[in-house]
Design a binder for this molecule. Structure first.
Ligand SMILES: [Zn+2]
Length: 110
């Protein structure tokens, strides 16, 4: 059922050679969130700050204290420099995974 894409669109953006291992880890497996400081945020809301213990990203959510719903548009991520590779297009998770395996098996790539 998978639709084949034309060859031209198959050129995949690569993971930069100097991409940090911590960033690669989170791109591959997702973030490992721990609760950071939080605080009441206005009337009826609470602001959660989550910290990734691996790459030190922050996730900030404003939650309705009564319903538990996240205030629409409030979720925000703050990344360490270098996490978002610039001008490379969207690198797919599979590409990060391949790079992760290359690194842990000590292949140099080329
Ligand atoms: Zn992370």
């Amino acid at each position: 059922m998978s639709r084949r894409l034309p060859a031209a669109t198959m050129a995949k953006p690569k993971v930069p050679k100097d991409y940090r291992q911590a960033h690669l880890h989170c791109r591959t497996f997702g973030h490992t969130w721990h609760l950071g400081e939080g605080s009441p945020d206005g009337n009826g809301f609470y602001r959660f700050v989550l910290l990734c213990e691996v790459c030190k990203a922050r996730r900030i959510d404003t939650v309705n204290r009564r319903t538990g719903a996240i205030l629409p548009g409030s979720r925000r991520y703050e990344y360490q420099p270098g996490y978002q590779a610039k001008g490379e297009g969207i690198v797919r998770r599979t590409v990060y995974r391949v790079e992760f395996i290359k690194r842990i098996t000590n292949e140099e790539g080329n």
